[in-house]
Design a protein around this ligand. Structure first.
Ligand code: E4P
Length: 215
């Protein structure tokens, strides 16, 4: 299972990379805005430290605009993946990018049929947003299960990125289901490593070690 990190913050990316937990990066306009730097400055820093796929989102809403923007983004680095929203124009853009061998991450997927269309259009990745579905009392991980079943049934090689991850439970379920990738916020990556019994065990061993006679 691949772990992508869902952030545009270079310190978080570097820290997660030092743990060996970054196979790729996903950004979005909201994450970029949090950095209070220009898009170019943020992306340059990320591409310098990451070799794996880095998703950068197009902001145009029409197919020609998306295509033009995507082609420009591709020039920034070989590892760039064009993030395209799951709209009618987005599907057309995906089809055009795929015809040129340009990888697309079809984003903002909230239904299995949207994911099926993304795969048919030739997207390299499909991103179902599980947390945002949970927020409106739907079952985000049930969507992932449906998408995996459909892709498996027809042999699509579009990789499923479990996105909008809010807690370790999402990552666990994604792993149990065999999702290709989870894109995880840094805070949740930290949570994955933590367990109160590990902390208590470390404290006990330290305390007991002090009781060992020095000679
Ligand atoms: C995915 O690529 C998105 O960047 C992300 O997972 C959105 O998550 P959010 O719902 O926490 O904004």
């Amino acid at each position: 299972m691949k772990f992508f990190i869902d952030t545009a913050n270079i310190e978080e990316i570097k820290e997660a990379k030092s743990l060996g937990m970054v196979d790729g990066v996903t950004t979005n306009p909201s994450l970029i805005a949090r950095e209070k730097k220009s898009f170019e400055a943020v992306v340059k820093e990320i591409l310098k430290v990451i070799d794996g796929p880095v998703s950068l989102e197009v902001m145009s809403l029409d197919v020609d605009g998306m295509f033009k923007e995507g082609k420009k983004l591709m020039k920034l680095g070989d590892q760039v993946v064009i993030k395209v929203p799951m709209t009618m124009d987005g599907l057309k853009a995906t089809r055009r990018f795929a015809a040129e061998g340009i990888p697309v991450n079809q984003t903002l997927i909230f239904s299995p049929l949207q994911a099926l269309m993304a795969a048919k259009a030739g997207a390299a990745y499909a991103s179902p947003f599980v947390g945002r579905l949970d927020d409106i009392a739907h079952d985000g991980m049930a969507l992932v299960e449906q998408i995996l079943t459909i892709y498996d049934q027809y042999g699509y090689d579009t990789e499923v990125i479990v996105a909008s991850v809010r807690h370790p439970g999402h990552v666990l379920e994604a792993a149990m289901m065999g999702a290709d990738i989870a894109t995880i916020p840094f805070k949740v990556i930290q949570q994955l490593a933590q367990h109160p019994l590990t902390d208590r065990g470390v404290d006990t061993f330290l305390a007991d070690w002090k009781k060992v006679p020095k000679k």
